[in-house]
Design a protein around this ligand. Sequence first.
Ligand SMILES: *[C@@H]1O[C@H](CO)[C@@H](O)[C@H](O)[C@H]1NC(C)=O
Ligand SMILES: *[C@@H]1O[C@H](CO)[C@@H](O)[C@H](O)[C@H]1NC(C)=O
Ligand SMILES: *[C@@H]1O[C@H](CO)[C@@H](O)[C@H](O)[C@H]1NC(C)=O
Ligand SMILES: *[C@@H]1O[C@H](CO)[C@@H](O)[C@H](O)[C@H]1NC(C)=O
Ligand SMILES: CC(=O)N[C@H]1CO[C@H](CO)[C@@H](O)[C@@H]1O
Length: 475
Amino acid sequence: MSIGISSRRGRQLALFTSALAIGIFLWFIVDPKVVLDREYFHTSSDKLDVEHKNSSTHTTPTSTSETTFPGHARVHGFLIFDQLYMRDGVFYIVTSNVSSFPPRRNILSRPFNLGEGHDMEPTDQDLKFISPDEVKTVLGENMFNVSGFSVIEHDTRQFMTHYYHWWGEIVLGFWRIYSGMTLAAGITPTPPDRFILPNVFDDEWRDPAGLNGPLMRAGFPTTTIENGAYWKDLMALKTTIVFERAMIIDRDAAHRHEWASRWFKMIGGTMEAIAPNNYWEPIRRTTIKNLLGYLPKLNDRGVVIEPLRANSQLPIVTYISRQGGQRRLSNEAHENLVDALKSLEDERICIFNVASMERLTVQEQIEHAARSTILIGVHGNGLTHQLWMSPSPRSTVMEILDVGSYVFDYEMLARNVGHRHYAVWNDTLITYPKGEYNDGINYGENLHTNNHTVYGPAIARVVRERLLESLPLIS
Ligand SMILES: *[C@@H]1O[C@H](CO)[C@@H](O)[C@H](O)[C@H]1NC(C)=O
Ligand SMILES: *[C@@H]1O[C@H](CO)[C@@H](O)[C@H](O)[C@H]1NC(C)=O
Ligand SMILES: *[C@@H]1O[C@H](CO)[C@@H](O)[C@H](O)[C@H]1NC(C)=O
Ligand SMILES: *[C@@H]1O[C@H](CO)[C@@H](O)[C@H](O)[C@H]1NC(C)=O
Ligand SMILES: CC(=O)N[C@H]1CO[C@H](CO)[C@@H](O)[C@@H]1O
């Protein structure tokens, strides 16, 4: 059976089923040590072929040299182009109809840090629209092809050096838009050929917790990550570069989307783009298989049933303790919560783990998440680990906030990945069904304090309900 795949659309299901069949076949013949998830990914050799056949049905290039817009989604800061040009660090869109493209300020911004008073409005130094007639004079006759799919993360390092901002916004947002585009074309998304960070140098995109880098290697093993030095090399060629397909990701431009400002989240706008329900699964599965050497399979009750050696007998509830760091519970609230959840373990309702992620290896952290059905924690980066939990009608994230605060970071992840999210205000748990959202955000003045309170029994009650309630499960 497939885990938590709800099939609203027959086409999605059919796609998934045939991909699964091919995947199972390939699974036996492929060396599983470093894997792409073959259930979803085509091999890279059939990739371009398949994409070209399809993308030509969805774009109407008036001349071979024009830039086109292969997707349907026009989400600010997450736009995909075919035949995107670059010369001397400036992007060029070649088109005879500028109004068929989103305006420049929805595509990118000046590469400055946000919130430091810079004028972020893009200029001709960042991106220009030119007509096919101008190509020869502006771009010259000599062009250099960068083939395949390039994801250009256009920002400075400011926010990327953070597990949530990298994985939960940049990668998740990119994969959502890209999966939606390939769904519309009736094909399976393949990993991009490269990530390019033109405005980042050295190691700067990596996070202090040491998760961003290793997880990229595990999740996108065939994708290179090129920083500003690579970009400078391209510029030094003093020629025009043509990106066969490129997505430009830009945080400030993304925030210009109405939904991004409503929820104050870069990926807010991507929520309007249609994506398959299970779109994150290929990345989740690939990452976990490469990291752990196995993919935990959970049954309807949330029990890990495969592989046998990793069997858990009861569903696993993991509480991510932040007691070693900033933004945490008071000691009393922490102990009270641990006691309440331990009593569920005594009743044999679940296996209960307390995880201090900062003391664990990357592998151990991901293994905790991949085996858990319920993840509980104070608002914070640890909750980004829900990306590796198996989505199901039972999978749940409980985010402890100070009473009155409401922010969307981890709720957006839960909605994208397929878990139910609860905001916990002491003894009150708040959740919203699909399509409904909390009215507004509120960064309460106590959001970042070290003495959060929570009423453990209230959390234990909802954990019990989630693990015992009978659910309309889809197998
Ligand atoms: C240019 O694009 C706009 C928006 O897609 C479209 O309405 C218009 O008809 C196009 N103009 C021409 C000349 O193709
Ligand atoms: C770039 O590559 C594409 C596809 O491989 C090809 O159709 C195109 O002519 C090439 N463009 C240039 C400028 O070499
Ligand atoms: C938290 O909830 C408990 C149980 O309802 C209540 O006794 C306690 O006063 C509440 N704490 C705060 C700070 O509101
Ligand atoms: C928690 O800490 C904040 C600031 O550190 C303080 O203003 C607040 O009164 C404290 N709350 C409780 C319930 O101790
Ligand atoms: C919409 C569309 O044209 N989809 C096609 C994409 O390519 C596959 C494989 O070549 C076809 O089966 C689809 O019909």
